[in-house]
Ligand binder design. Structure first.
Ligand SMILES: Nc1ncnc2c1ncn2[C@@H]1O[C@H](COP(=O)(O)OP(=O)(O)OP(=O)(O)O)[C@@H](O)[C@H]1O
Ligand SMILES: [Mg+2]
Length: 339
């Protein structure tokens, strides 16, 4: 059920420096923290006086940060606008030591920014800045497609972090499918249900239960429902494996080697390892980063899922950071061993 310490240590050792491509929508997650003391005289709304602001990598860029924290070398592929938010993303990537070689800067698009306004420890408003998806897709799909080969030819696996904001489309996915099948590169998708048809033939997918429901039209709450929906999804899209994340219920892995000799149609239910839960946002990014890195390292998919589950269990206990480091995971396995 759990990876033992030596096994986890060797897996993390193999992940170190391993190149993993990440393709998807890059975003900037901005936070404005303030005080609320009065109601506006202009309209019946509270006034937030901003006292602090911060910004972190979001979307596919957060998956890349998670890979880096785990010791892997993310090759990030996506697009930003020629604007201050795009520059902020570049700066943050630089701080993480993540290269921008495959980030296409396009003056005709705006960098995606999600701004949360937080007053008295409570989110009061979210302001999204993004362009029309079809317009973005039309503008960037050709240049992004043409960058894929040079990134993918170095990568041991590809993670697709799709938010359906314009990077992932038919042209890009045709290129992904062609290149990955020719070079036997595993590709793993964190899906947006509206793009279901684009994921046909993926090696693996990591939907949550809500996405699983929307992708299949089936309920996916109980164990039996998750089992049925997962099977339907695998068959429908011709996936080789599937990792459904189930929040406080952990994960379900559908894979040929999930359990010795077992029917691969029978999923392996993995309970969460979280002992404390403070902030669940971004846990899905940590899951696909750890799972993808382990798959890239050639790990058995059950071992990869266990590593991802341990990483998710640690990240939900953190406030304000959405990444887990290799050292934190190692410390966790040392603690487990001592029990
Ligand atoms: N409330 C929780 N209690 C315990 N573990 C949790 C909880 N929420 C998430 N996790 C852990 O994090 C993993 C991923 O969470 P979840 O299934 O919510 O993904 P997600 O919906 O894709 O997340 P995200 O909000 O990042 O998109 C779970 O499989 C589990 O291991
Ligand atoms: Mg998710």
């Amino acid at each position: 059920m759990k990876l033992d310490r030596t096994h986890a240590e060797s897996l993390l050792g193999r992940i170190r420096g391993l190149k993993v491509a990440v393709l998807g929508d890059l975003m900037l997650d901005e936070y404005l923290f303030g005080e609320v003391n009065r109601i506006s005289p202009e309209a019946p709304v509270p006034i937030v006086r901003v006292v602090r602001e911060t910004a972190v990598l979001g979307g596919a860029a957060n998956v890349a940060a998670n890979l880096k924290a785990l010791g892997a070398e993310p090759l990030l592929i996506g697009a930003v606008g020629s604007d201050p938010a795009g520059q902020r993303i570049s700066k943050l990537l630089g701080r993480w030591g993540i290269g921008g070689e495959w980030i296409y800067e396009e003056p005709l698009i705006s960098t995606i920014v999600k701004t949360r306004v937080i007053g008295q420890h409570q989110q009061m408003l979210r302001i999204d800045r993004e362009d029309d998806v079809a317009q973005v897709g039309h503008t960037i799909s050709a240049p992004v497609s043409s960058m894929l080969e040079s990134a993918l030819s170095q990568a041991s696996a590809l993670i697709i972090s799709d938010y359906a904001k314009g990077v992932i489309g038919p042209l890009v996915m045709d290129e992904v499918r062609r290149f990955c099948s020719r070079h036997s590169i595993p590709w793993i998708v964190d899906p947006k249900p509206v793009h279901r048809e684009l994921y046909r033939g993926a090696t693996l997918m990591t939907p949550n239960t809500k996405e699983t429901s929307e992708l299949t039209g089936l309920p996916a709450k109980s164990d039996a429902e998750v089992t049925a929906a997962g099977r339907a999804l695998m068959e429908n899209l011709g996936l080789s494996g599937l990792l459904i994340t189930r929040s406080d219920k952990g994960m379900a892995l559908f894979a040929p080697h999930a359990k010795d000799g077992a029917d691969h149609r029978e999923p392996w239910m993995i309970p969460t390892m979280a002992q404390e839960v403070f902030d669940v946002s971004g846990a899905g990014d940590t899951v696909i980063a750890a799972f993808g890195a382990a798959v890239a390292a050639g790990a058995d998919w059950a071992d990869a899922a266990m590593l991802a589950n341990a990483a998710a269990g640690l990240v939900v206990a953190k406030v304000g950071t959405a990444t887990v480091t290799a050292e934190e995971l190692l410390a966790h396995y040392h603690e487990q061993e001592a029990l």
